[in-house]
Ligand binder design. Structure first.
Ligand SMILES: Nc1nc2c(ncn2[C@@H]2O[C@H](COP(=O)(O)OP(=O)(O)OP(=O)(O)O)[C@@H](O)[C@H]2O)c(=O)[nH]1
Ligand SMILES: [Mg+2]
Length: 347
C-alpha cells in the first residue's frame, strides 16, 4: 500500500513548510515518506530544500501537474514508488493548480501502479493573508477550497486567536460548508499532528471525473514568473551575513518592483542557496513580513550555488525576467561577487 497525499494551496500558503514538518513527523513514526514537488518555472527551489531537510524528493518543473504536466506526474509517481518504496507520498502542486485536476492524474497513476490509496485532499489557506487573498482572488480560492476534503488554515502562530481566527474560520466554512478545518503552524507545530492524523487515517475513493481538464492553469491564473540559477563567487571568504544581505536585497527589490506594477504582492518570491552541503531557503510573500530564512546558512564561503524563483500575479514574465537579471547584476557588483549564470545549461 502506498498513500498519495495532495497538499494544495495558493502560492506561498505554506505547502512546503507543512510537508517538511509532517513528513519528518511521519518518518519518526516509522513510515517511509517521499515528496513530489511541482514548480511552474524551470528552477527548483522547494525540491532542493526538501532534500536538504533530509527527505526523499523528486521534482517536476516547467509547468503544472494539474494540466500540462499531468503525464509527468503519473510517471513520477511510478518512479518514486519503484525507487523509494514509500508508505506515504506527499504531493505539492503549484499554487495555481486545481486539486480536482491533480486527482484525475492520481486516478491514472492507480492504473499503472498497484496498491495506490488516496488520502483526503488538503487545501491550505494562508491565515495571515486571508483577507487580501479573498479580496483579490476569491473565485480561485473558492475553487481550490471546494476541491478539498480538509481545509488547513496555515500560519496560525501569527493570527490573533481571539478576534481574527473565529472570523476567518466562519468565512472559510461559508466557502466550503461542512468541511473539516484544522488550524496549523509549521513554525510552532501547532495543529500539525491533527492534520497528519487526518491525512494518514482517511481514505477517499477517486473516480475518474467527467468534467474536462482545464487547458493551462498557469496561463489562466495571470501569474508571471522569473527565475535564476547560477553560482556566486567571491575572491575573499564571506560569512552568513553576506549571503543573507545579498539574497534579501534581491528579493526585496523584486517585491518593490511588483508593488510598483500591481499595487501589492500576490504570490511568492523565494530562493534556495547551498554551499558545501549547507542548504537554506529564503522566502517572501509580502513586504511587511519581509524575507524569512530557514535551514542552514553557510558560515564561511567563497562559492555558493543559488536558485531564485518567483511567481507574481499581474507582473508579466518578460518584464520580471529582465528586471531580475538587472537586479542580480547590480547587487552582485555592489558586493564584489561574480555571477555564473547556469540557466541556459540547466534545461
Ligand atoms: N509565521 C509562519 N510562517 C510560515 C508558516 N508556514 C510557512 N510560513 C512562511 O510562509 C512562506 C511560504 O512558505 P512555503 O512553505 O514556502 O509556501 P509554499 O506554499 O510551499 O509556497 P510555493 O511553493 O511557492 O507556492 C515562507 O516565508 C515561510 O517561512 C507558519 O506556519 N507560520
Ligand atoms: Mg512550496
Amino acid at each position: 500500500m502506498v498513500l498519495l497525499a495532495q497538499i494544495s494551496g495558493f502560492l506561498g500558503s505554506g505547502k512546503t513548510s507543512s510537508i517538511i514538518r509532517m513528513a519528518t513527523e511521519a518518518q519518526k513514526k516509522g513510515l517511509k515518506t517521499a515528496v513530489i514537488v511541482n514548480e511552474i518555472g524551470d528552477v527548483d527551489v522547494d525540491g532542493e530544500f526538501v532534500k536538504s531537510s533530509g527527505l526523499k524528493a523528486k521534482r517536476i518543473l516547467g509547468g503544472c501537474i494539474c494540466c500540462s504536466l499531468g503525464a509527468d506526474l503519473v510517471s513520477t509517481i511510478k518512479i518514486v514508488v519503484e525507487e523509494f518504496n514509500p508508505d506515504v507520498i506527499f504531493v505539492e502542486p503549484t499554487g495555481v493548480a486545481l486539486p480536482s485536476q491533480v486527482k484525475r492524474f492520481f486516478v491514472q497513476a492507480s492504473y499503472l501502479v498497484p496498491g495506490l490509496e488516496f488520502s483526503p485532499t488538503v487545501a491550505l489557506v494562508d491565515g495571515v493573508r486571508f483577507r487580501s487573498l479573498l479580496a483579490e482572488f476569491k473565485d480561485f480560492l473558492t475553487k481550490q477550497a471546494r476541491d478539498a476534503e480538509i481545509l488547513a488554515l496555515t500560519k496560525i502562530d501569527r493570527i490573533d486567536k481571539k478576534f481574527d481566527l473565529p472570523l476567518i474560520i466562519s468565512a472559510l466554512s461559508e466557502m466550503r460548508p461542512g468541511t473539516r478545518i484544522i488550524g496549523v503552524s509549521s513554525v510552532t507545530g501547532e495543529g500539525m499532528p491533527d492534520l497528519l492524523a487526518a491525512i494518514l487515517g482517511g481514505r477517499v475513493a477517486l473516480e475518474s471525473e467527467t468534467n474536462p481538464t482545464q487547458d493551462d492553469s498557469v496561463a489562466a491564473s495571470g501569474v508571471g514568473n522569473a527565475d535564476f540559477y547560477g553560482i556566486l563567487r567571491s575572491a575573499k571568504d564571506l560569512d552568513d551575513n553576506a549571503i543573507r544581505t545579498f539574497v534579501t536585497e534581491v528579493i526585496e527589490a523584486m517585491g518593490r518592483a511588483c508593488v510598483e506594477k500591481t499595487g501589492r504582492i500576490l504570490g511568492h518570491i523565494k530562493a534556495f542557496g547551498e554551499s558545501e552541503g549547507r542548504g537554506f531557503k529564503a522566502s517572501m510573500v509580502d513586504l511587511a513580513t519581509g524575507v524569512e530564512f530557514s535551514g542552514d546558512l553557510p558560515k564561511s564561503w567563497k562559492e555558493l550555488r543559488l536558485s531564485i524563483f518567483m511567481a507574481l500575479e499581474g507582473f508579466g514574465s518578460e518584464d520580471m525576467r529582465s528586471y531580475l537579471k538587472e537586479t542580480i547584476r547590480e547587487t552582485s557588483k555592489k558586493y564584489g561577487l561574480s555571477v555564473e549564470d547556469l540557466h541556459r545549461h540547466h534545461h
